[in-house]
Design a protein around this ligand. Structure first.
Ligand code: ATP
Ligand code: MG
Length: 214
């Protein structure tokens, strides 16, 4: 299609991207949290927003169904990033990827003993790399929903999950024991679109960069 399609997930990424869009003269005409529309027109008739699941944003941009999008570093590391240009850390939706355990589990000792740990997570690639680098043997258990439940229900010894305030961990009697990496969201751009629609995309990148700063 002519014009630019931007893939965003609703919730924190949509909300925190609004000031960046505004700097490029783009205001979505509806709020995805109250509207059921999945394709949202904007104040610029050459720009539309498609509302996708956070984990699907890289896929839409990779295949060119969206020209640009916003995705967490967590999502990009799990996706692999093929076909994506990642020009800008937007410094939004900040959190940390952590290892957490139930209070009372002697994690250091289990690791020291070379025990095989059962680790539940949605972030299989990030977890695999983290434990491989430490030389810790793990059985990874892929989950799609609340990781916090897994150790409490006896499914796993530990979890790898995103933490921002820590209140969800605390409410479930879990303790963060390792900081794997800091996470924020990045701008992603389809590589072919960047060449073919350069005169439309570059001013949007520049506007975003001017808000984000160095
Ligand atoms: P869903 O919550 O619908 O299952 P999701 O967790 O993939 O999907 P969001 O919760 O909207 O989607 O998270 C989108 C992105 O925001 C994540 O990929 C991550 O980069 C970041 N994020 C996730 N949780 C937090 C958090 N607690 N604080 C800050 N940023 C977060
Ligand atoms: Mg979430």
């Amino acid at each position: 299609m002519d014009g630019i399609t931007i893939a965003l997930s609703k919730g924190r990424i949509f909300e925190e991207t609004l000031p960046l869009l505004a700097a490029a003269g783009i205001e979505p005409l509806e709020n995805p949290d109250t509207s059921r529309k999945l394709i949202i027109p904007t104040t610029r008739d050459d720009v539309r927003v498609v509302i996708v699941r956070a984990t699907d944003a890289p896929t839409y941009v990779q295949y060119g169904a969206a020209d640009i999008g916003v995705a967490g570093k967590d999502v990009l590391l799990e996706h692999g990033g093929e076909g994506l240009y990642q020009p800008l850390d937007l410094k939004i939706a900040k959190c940390r990827m952590m290892v957490a355990i139930p209070a009372g589990f002697d994690y250091e000792n289990a690791v020291r003993q070379g025990a095989r740990l059962k680790v539940a997570t949605k972030y299989i690639n990030i977890a695999r790399e983290h434990f491989a680098a430490k030389g810790v043997h793990v059985d990874l258990i892929k989950l799609y929903g609340s990781m916090e439940l897994a150790p409490l229900a006896g499914l796993a010894d530990a979890i790898v999950d995103l933490v921002s305030t820590g209140s969800t961990l605390k409410a479930n009697n879990l303790i963060a024991v390792e900081h794997i990496m800091d996470i924020s969201s990045r701008l992603i751009v389809n590589q072919a679109a960047l060449k073919l629609k350069r005169e439309m995309i570059v001013p949007i990148l520049d506007a975003f960069a001017s808000v984000v700063g160095p």
